[in-house]
Write a protein that binds this ligand. Structure first.
Ligand code: SF4
Length: 164
């Protein structure tokens, strides 16, 4: 039996480890076996930037219009719901809280749900609510990466060196 870790070493999108955090209140059932092991070993800090930023479950889907996470952070793009509500502040607040959590626990690694306007590490939706994805990072992924946290998607877990 592995002794629980003294502190987490990976921030993980909460929805990837079975938490109810997604906009549509669904649970991702096919949780990766490696993530299950890391959670059991106490290595994971589950975190949802959008709910941390004050959004509810469920909530309206949102997409970044006119850019990606980095352009939102520089004030040159905004995040809108399908109905046109500007939720940029909640997204930026959530990203900052994720960075605070990484700093507090000295985390240098994050596994984030790809495709999300917050957590996407390689792709996001194109801002037109038509189901098209483009290359780019979400707001939280971009902020963490800018501050030295290595961000990985759930599809690249095999490349991670985690000690269990
Ligand atoms: S992808 Fe990120 S923001 Fe969206 S539900 Fe999962 S943890 Fe929350």
């Amino acid at each position: 039996m592995i002794a629980p870790a003294e502190r987490p070493v990976i921030l993980v999108s909460a929805c990837l480890v079975g938490c109810r955090a997604r906009y549509d209140d669904t649970i991702i059932e096919a949780v990766d076996e490696r993530l299950v092991r890391w959670v059991a070993a106490g290595l994971v800090l589950p975190f949802c930037p959008e709910t941390a930023g004050g959004l509810t479950v469920p909530r309206s889907p949102a997409e970044i219009a006119g850019g990606a996470g980095q352009t939102v952070l520089t004030g040159n793009a905004r995040v809108y719901t399908r109905a046109g509500r500007d939720v940029t502040t909640a997204f930026v607040d959530g990203a900052r809280l994720a960075l605070d959590a990484c700093r507090h626990f000295k985390l240098h690694l994050a596994v984030l749900k790809d495709g999300s306007p917050s957590c996407g590490t390689t792709r996001i939706y194109d801002g037109r609510f038509r189901g098209c994805q483009v290359a780019g990072q979400g707001v939280t992924a971009a902020l963490l990466a800018t501050h030295g946290v290595a961000v990985y998607s759930e599809d690249s877990l095999a490349t991670l060196k985690v000690p269990v």
